[in-house]
Design a protein around this ligand. Structure first.
Ligand code: OVM
Length: 407
């Protein structure tokens, strides 16, 4: 419970519907669909007594709350901890966990480093890496989709794009899991992640130093902004840390989820083979259907409201992006995975000033991989049971046994 001495506890307002669930139970994280539905049906905003927080899951309120950076700030943390009251587990991100005007400066540096123009220069490398990995996997009778493909591809291309001299695939992937579990409540899952934080976090911090980066990568671009006086060199190191926090586990998860979606919906793989230009829209549908970041929070920084219900200063609001992306009022038939949907406005990359700054590079990675696979792979078949890996903020697979059948 977030009932802290001297702080006005969030009590169920007379009117806000009470929704008595644990959004972080293993059952829910393994199969979030029923929770998403119940959350949307419980009201436009609900009070969850177990954690003394509010939650939104309908499309409209989720979008509105998540992008209203004036009333619902990020500087108090985008997880369960209120940084105004509790010490953050690591120095806060200077782009994610910050508000304007500080945010504006760092966001500009990161937008430039991750611009469509920069991503275009990376595409040939993404395609070559995808070809090498897919060709190798097509020699095997079965693959483990998570390690062999979902992890293999981003951990090959992304550290290289950043210009990392030292690459430890395991630490890169595990850091993501730690960062995303840290967004949740103080549960067993978060505590287990925290145990590994000193070791993995220490390695990450060291890898962000200027002398651990090449002179031609995204990391160097951020340090060049320090040379130009836009930010300090300490800030440059922190922004490189943001690349490593947000750029690996997210795309690993996106690829795993894409493979899962296609293995479950073979007609949609056929549709991609028929029209490979659907690679990009297909990824958008994967993001909508199995949103990697399922929940991030905001904090009301003053007395405000959601859907005409009063919301007091200090209230944490879980924004359940995965639920918004399955709202039938927005999508009509959200339970159907179809790659030609073009789900414009989906919430998987967030929205507003904090909308995913890496979305161009994520799309570039997936476009390269899905296009290469569309050229080489006739079918993606399950070869055993897919197992999900519960995480407080990310909806990722643990294991995905597959058969890739060559064209
Ligand atoms: C960061 C960051 C940015 C976006 C997502 C994220 C928790 C982290 O700047 O560290 O995942």
């Amino acid at each position: 419970m977030r009932l802290i001495e001297g702080h006005r506890p969030l009590t169920p307002d007379s009117a806000i519907p009470v929704f008595d669930v644990d959004p972080y139970s293993e059952e829910t994280l393994l199969d979030p669909g029923p929770f998403y539905t119940a959350l949307r049906e419980a009201g436009p905003v609900v009070f969850i007594p177990r954690y003394s927080v509010l939650a939104v899951g309908r499309y409209e309120e989720t979008r509105k709350t998540f992008s209203d950076h004036e009333n619902f700030v990020s500087s108090r943390g985008i997880g369960m901890d209120d940084f105004k009251l509790e010490k953050p587990w690591r120095p806060p991100s200077i782009i994610l966990e910050v508000d304007p005007p500080d945010h504006t400066k760092t966001r500009k540096v990161m937008s430039k480093a991750l611009s469509p123009k920069v991503v275009r220069t990376l595409m040939d490398d993404f395609t070559a890496a995808a070809e090498a990995i897919v060709d190798r996997l097509l020699q095997q009778s079965e693959i483990e989709g998570v390690v062999d493909l979902a992890e293999a591809f981003p951990t090959t291309v992304f550290p290289k794009a950043v210009g990392m001299k030292d690459v430890n695939t395991r630490h890169l992937v595990d850091y993501g899991a730690i960062v995303f579990n840290a967004v949740g409540p103080d549960n067993a899952r978060r505590r287990a992640a925290m145990q590994r934080a000193p070791e993995v976090g220490g390695w990450i911090t060291a890898a962000c130093a200027r002398d651990r980066l090449t002179e031609d990568g995204l990391g160097a671009m951020v340090y060049a902004a320090a040379d130009a006086g836009e930010i300090t060199s300490e800030e440059a190191g922190m922004l490189v840390r943001s690349f490593l926090s947000a750029g690996v586990d997210t795309t690993v998860t996106g690829i795993g989820n894409a493979l899962w979606c296609f293995s479950q919906n073979p007609s949609q793989w056929d549709a991609l083979l028929e029209d490979p230009k659907l690679a990009r829209p297909a990824f958008e549908e994967v993001l909508r259907y199995t949103s990697p970041v399922h929940t991030f929070a905001r904090t009301a920084n003053l007395d405000t409201e959601i859907a005409d219900y009063p919301v007091p200063e200090g209230a944490k609001v879980l924004c359940v992006l995965g639920a918004a992306n399955m709202d039938p009022d927005k999508w009509g038939d959200p339970e159907v995975f179809r790659i030609d949907r073009r789900p414009v406005g989906h919430m998987a990359f967030g929205a507003g000033i904090h909308g995913c700054v890496g979305q161009n590079i994520a799309r570039g990675e997936l476009e390269a991989l899905l296009s290469v696979m569309a050229r080489k792979v006739a079918r993606i078949e399950p070869a055993g049971e897919a197992v999900w890996r519960p995480n407080n903020a990310i909806r990722a697979l643990d294991r995905l046994p597959l058969k890739l059948i060559a064209k």
